[in-house]
Design a protein around this ligand. Sequence first.
Ligand code: SF4
Ligand code: SF4
Length: 172
Amino acid sequence: MKVYKVQGEGGEYFLPRPCMHCENAPCANVCPVGATFQRSDGLVLIDHRRCIGCRYCMAACPYNARHFNWEEPPHTPEELEHPYSPEEPWPHRRGTVEKCTFCAEEFSEGKLPACVQACPMKAIFFGDASEDAVSNGVETWKFSEVLKREGGFRLKEELGTRPRVWYLPARR
Ligand code: SF4
Ligand code: SF4
């Protein structure tokens, strides 16, 4: 996940920028071979066995959420033994594009994504919008209520990508 330093009204703050898993995902719309696809639950994933490395998806993503493996990525012995799937895309492959998967393999096992688990301030919440509940592993909030109360917003709304990542304004 990329993290940007942003100058806001009250000073500088950090803005984590994972893949937004857009509902209307430009990256999936331009992929010529269907390597980038949307799962039935809305997750946007890449099948690296199909990816031809054209990087159209990188040009199409307005959130700069993807990167390209120009070199052979370093591999641990465990990664080399790992059975590949788009949900668990190891071992990483040279000449293909990668991005955040929302740790698909974690939440299919009922766990929260790694960034949510690791955040020491418990600032990141995750959940299923259809259940209207999000959790940081300690607290659970009603998603619609917190967006309304805190003034939740999405990045580049005007593009119509309908990102699934929402931000709450920085507080001092
Ligand atoms: S943030 Fe970029 S890579 Fe992620 S789904 Fe949206 S367009 Fe695709
Ligand atoms: S780089 Fe791979 S995932 Fe991206 S558009 Fe090309 S084939 Fe699809």
